[in-house]
Write a protein that binds this ligand. Sequence first.
Ligand SMILES: [Zn+2]
Length: 336
Amino acid sequence: MPRRRTTYAAAVLATLVPLVSGLLVEPPRAAVAAVGATQHRVAVSLTAVSGRVRLNRHAGISGTVTDVGTGQPLPRVRVTLQLRSRHGWATPPGATGLTGPGGRFAMSAPTYFYGRHSFRVLVSAQTNGRDAVVVPAASPVRSVNVPVPYPAAGRAGARRLSGSRFDPCTPIPYRINYAGAPRNARHLVTVALAKARAASGLTFVYAGSYSGVPFSGRHNNGLPARGIGFAWATSRQVSGLASGAVGFGGGGWAVNDQQITSGVVIDRTYHFHKGWTGPNSIGGLLLHELGHALGLEHVKDRHQVMYPLDVGAPSGNYNRGDISALQRIGLDAGCL
Ligand SMILES: [Zn+2]
């Protein structure tokens, strides 16, 4: 069965810009420095990790922040894990901590997505106590290699991108409309997003249920105000499901190529095969439509999830071209 993609045009862009940019403003970073404050120049040490680590396996890294002038460890200093991307250093969500009593910190290396990742721990400019200032410093760069744990098929070059992507340095909320959804809808969506995260490094957070139906033409075109909406619906609700398509996924609003909303809708009347492999499986369809929602387009390589006909992805997962595309819209591409 065909799987379609819709491109929902940016007709409302002009009115949306001021509204959305307000939402995206980040609070100012730690203020720097009263005049005359003590300046702590610091050194940041960092242990190494063994080269290859399995996906999502904890790989402990630790280090110490010390004052270069006095040689003393500095407690209560904010440290941030950063990944090297194609556009400079990227700070993924949730990668911050504080040094403890001995100036020590402990974290995990970034093992939650595939690829060879170079990373460091950054001490950004911050006040430490009433009148002392910590001067920014970075640890040595370390690296970890997280291999794809299944035989991904096809060619890495079999990828096409829409040009819009979510900010990989901000958690992407997602909502599910449970009306008409199968009982295991939450589980299916969670597993699909875990597979997308493993390939891209994107972070997804469940934001609850909602009543929208993506691409239904209703309020907000059935998309949540931010992030990705998932729903099961009929062709009466979504006309795009009428012409033999069993699923529909794509972007909603984007601002300057930054995806703000997108959606996935599944034909609730179609009897999908269970699981993730073989033609017309519900898992395979979810991966495909989620790919569209994240900015992937159709390819001609039938081994890829993004092949337009559902012939069944060989691995029940994203394959080489899909992964290569997801790496280009994920953390490796840097923050927006
Ligand atoms: Zn498609």
